[in-house]
Design a protein around this ligand. Structure first.
Ligand code: ZN
Length: 141
């Protein structure tokens, strides 16, 4: 009886530990453009075309349209803010050089980071669905 109680407590502690660990692992998988659940399947079929599902574990990447839009908007706005602050801090020798450099940098940073940000967005969406389906009462007080 006593031993059973300890086993249950230990299991709960382990469960919390693995949940915390999984967060980081799932985000990291998204940044590497891999399936958030298994880490094996590729998220994209081309540069920015998200696959329908994982070829390994068959997880649907974007079960509903627009689930990852908010994250993409926020990160694009954040990057734009960083670029604007960079423009204000940088004193160029000539105006036209700064215009060319800033435009190229801004377009490059925003476009090149898109698949990685999308991967993180899909990972965060996967985490939110996992958390809400496993522990429906833990977020309510
Ligand atoms: Zn998978």
């Amino acid at each position: 009886m006593d031993r059973d109680d300890r086993t249950v407590e230990g299991h709960e502690a382990d469960h919390r530990g693995t949940t915390k660990l999984r967060w980081r692992r799932v985000i990291w998988r998204g940044m590497r453009k891999r399936c958030p659940r298994c880490g094996l399947g590729r998220l994209f079929t081309s540069w920015y075309t998200v696959a329908e599902q994982c070829p390994h574990c068959h997880l649907e990447y974007e079960s509903r349209d627009g689930d990852t839009w908010a994250f993409m908007y926020v990160t694009t706005a954040g990057l734009t803010g960083v670029i604007i602050v960079g423009m204000l801090l940088f004193r160029p020798p000539t105006l036209w050089i700064s215009q060319v450099v800033v435009t190229a940098l801004a377009v490059g940073i925003v476009l090149l980071s898109m698949p990685y940000r999308k991967g993180v967005a899909i990972a965060i969406h996967f985490i939110s669905e996992t958390v809400w389906s496993e522990e429906p009462d833990s977020t309510r007080h």
